[in-house]
Every structure is written in structure tokens, then in C-alpha cells.
Design a protein around this ligand. Structure first.
Ligand SMILES: NC(=O)c1ccc[n+]([C@@H]2O[C@H](COP(=O)([O-])OP(=O)(O)OC[C@H]3O[C@@H](n4cnc5c(N)ncnc54)[C@H](OP(=O)(O)O)[C@@H]3O)[C@@H](O)[C@H]2O)c1
Length: 307
């Protein structure tokens, strides 16, 4: 599935890509979908076009998260062999074959299905970094708890979690370990105070989020819709600018996953302490519908494209 112009996806036949020395060719079994796939497809925020391509996308094949079987390895690859089952990130994963950097892959635990493994890379790594940035916080408020990042974060946070989601998803977040649930459609963020507030989704003002923090609490901004299409991180930048002047710690996290993140996640997935939540699966030809579903903002876990 390729986007040759911003905003459109089309199915085309392309040659199987060649592998360079430090790369691995993967036969794709499943590809996870996340909001970043949409932003890359439409080239928003506009500042990102400096890297993505000013007038048309440089990297035309869509998708970034992958699970599949190693088909070929480059001359300098040491960790993988043909036939290994892997997951990780690889630009252009909405395809039958994709080339990945060796360092952005790990072996898939045998207890994990292809769809589950493809659901993990970007969203779970983002959640993991958020939890690391929070440190050993006790009480946490997780805004956007039932979505792609949130369903991992609720499981990864080690202290008491209060999950914010719409009422229909309360049972899900409780099963994932949340001690309390706030239905934001009735009670917005409630009246409690927390050692850490993870802001994954929504566009609440930083002042609203700070009211939910204890005096030395931390605000970790991982995502959320921003009205500005130029930079897309307006709230996060405002929080970072305010940070030196207040007692609260206010952080914007932009996560680029590493081998270490994926190894940590793989171990938790293998021992069953982390379980991906699947929302919907789509065939490759419906990649656009999968992205539209995620961008509707009502996700219940992760959506995945299967091949
Ligand atoms: N920092 C990074 O490096 C990084 C990496 C990956 C993703 N992200 C960002 O993280 C954000 C979330 O991604 P995601 O994959 O988790 O999204 P997602 O799967 O679409 O989940 C969004 C969730 O937010 C909930 N929600 C919608 N409106 C809300 C509101 N007003 N208040 C509270 N919750 C609300 C929805 O639940 P209900 O249906 O219950 O409303 C849904 O479950 C996106 O902005 C994405 O771009 C950032």
C-alpha cells in the first residue's frame, strides 16, 4: 500500500526489496496500525515534511510496525537467520515484504500470535518509555487508557492506576490492572491528585492536567491531539517551556524505539506479564479503513493488518 501523494493510499505491485549488509528481509505476517501511520500518510504536522518530503512523500510504502518471518539476511547481520520469527519496526510494513534494520527487530516469543506481536512495537515502546520517565511513581492517572498506547501503559505502570476512558471500556481497563476508572464523558478527570499524570489522548490544557498532580507530581505528555498543524506538539512545547518555573515536572516524550525497548517488551510478553489487546484486524487492501478507524479516536486496544 503506497502513498505517492499526501493523503492517498493505493495498492500496487513492486519488486521485492533488496537487503543491505545490516538489514533483514521480512515476509510480513501482520502489521500494526497507529496514529503515526496517518500523520505520515497526510504529511502532518507540516514541519515533519522537512524529513518526509516537501511536496510528496519520500518513503512511499505505508506502515511501520511489523511481525513476520526472516526471508533473507544481509552480510553483516549476526542476530537473525532465515526462518526466524521476529517483530519490530520497519518502514513500509503495509506490504508482503519489508526490509528492516537488524537493530530494530527482536525474536517473537512463541506464545504470541502474529497479530499480537505486530500490535506491540511503537505503542508498547511508547508506554514503556513513559513509565521509565515517570520513575517509581505510586499513584497514576492514565488519560486515554483504553487505546493503543494506554492498554500497554496500564499494564506496565507499577503503582496504583486510575484509568480515564469512556464508560464502555471500564471492564477492559480493570482487567488490565486499573484500580479505579473515571468515565471522562461524565466526570472529565475527577477530583483526585496523582504522583504522575500520563496524558496519552485528548487535548486538555496543561493547567487542567496540573490540577490533578500532587505538589511534586510529574506530567508525562505522550500524545494527544493538537490543534496546530504546523508543529503538532504545541501543548507539549508549552509544558516544556513552563517546566523550569514550576515545582511540577512537565515532560513531552517523543519516542523512537530501540533494541533495548524491544528486548524488555519481548521478555514481558514471553512471561505473560504484558498482553496486547487486539481491537480489529483488516486485510492489506483495507489499510486506509484501518487507519481511519484508529484516527476516529475510539480505539479499544490495537488494530492490525494481516497478510
Ligand atoms: N510520544 C510518542 O512518541 C508517541 C508514539 C505513539 C503514539 N503517540 C501518540 O499517542 C496518542 C495516542 O495514541 P494511541 O495509539 O493510544 O491512540 P488510540 O489507539 O486511537 O486511542 C485513543 C484512546 O483515547 C480515548 N479518548 C478519546 N478521546 C478522549 C478524551 N477526550 N479523553 C480521554 N480519552 C479519550 C479513546 O477512548 P474512548 O473511546 O473511550 O474515548 C481511545 O481509546 C496519539 O496522539 C499518538 O500520536 C505518541
Amino acid at each position: 500500500m503506497v502513498h505517492r501523494t499526501y493523503g492517498r493510499l493505493e495498492l500496487v505491485e513492486l519488486p521485492v526489496p533488496a537487503v543491505k549488509d545490516e538489514q533483514v528481509l521480512i515476509r510480513v505476517k501482520a502489521a500494526g496500525v497507529h496514529p503515526g501511520d496517518y500523520y505520515r500518510m497526510v504529511g502532518i504536522p507540516y514541519a515533519a515534511r522537512l524529513g518526509l518530503g516537501l511536496t510528496r512523500p519520500n518513503q512511499t510504502i505505508a506502515g511501520g510496525d511489523v511481525a513476520g518471518v526472516v526471508e533473507k539476511v544481509g552480510a553483516k547481520v549476526t542476530r537473525f537467520e532465515v526462518g526466524d520469527e521476529v517483530f519490530g519496526t520497519a518502514e513500509g510494513s503495509f506490504a508482503e515484504f519489508v526490509v528492516a534494520k537488524e537493530k530494530l527487530l527482536v525474536h517473537k516469543p512463541a506464545n504470541l500470535g502474529w497479530e499480537q506481536a505486530a500490535a506491540v512495537p511503537t505503542s508498547a515502546a511508547t508506554a514503556l518509555r513513559g513509565v521509565r520517565a515517570a520513575g517509581p511513581a505510586k499513584k497514576a492517572l492514565v488519560i486515554g487508557a483504553a487505546g493503543g498506547v494506554g492498554t500497554f501503559l496500564v499494564q506496565l505502570h507499577e503503582g496504583e492506576v486510575t484509568a480515564v476512558c469512556s464508560g464502555g471500556k471500564a471492564d477492559l481497563v480493570r482487567q488490565l490492572g486499573a484500580a479505579h476508572v473515571i468515565d471522562y464523558t461524565k466526570d472529565d478527570l475527577g477530583t483526585g491528585r496523582y504522583d504522575v499524570v500520563y496524558d496519552i489522548f485528548g487535548n486538555r490544557d496543561v493547567s487542567v492536567l496540573r490540577r490533578r498532580l500532587t505538589p511534586n507530581g510529574k506530567l508525562i505528555i505522550l500524545g494527544g491531539m493538537s490543534k496546530g498543524k504546523l508543529l503538532g506538539v504545541g501543548r507539549g512545547l508549552r509544558a516544556a517551556a513552563l517546566n523550569p518555573f514550576v515545582k511540577h515536572q512537565l515532560k513531552l516524550l517523543i519516542v523512537l524505539p530501540t533494541t533495548k525497548d524491544f528486548e524488555d517488551l519481548r521478555d514481558r510478553l514471553a512471561d505473560g506479564t504484558l498482553v496486547p489487546v487486539l481491537d480489529r484486524t483488516y486485510p492489506l487492501t483495507e489499510a486506509k479503513q484501518a487507519i481511519d478507524h484508529v484516527m476516529a479516536g475510539r480505539a479499544k486496544g490495537k488494530s492490525v493488518i494481516t497478510l
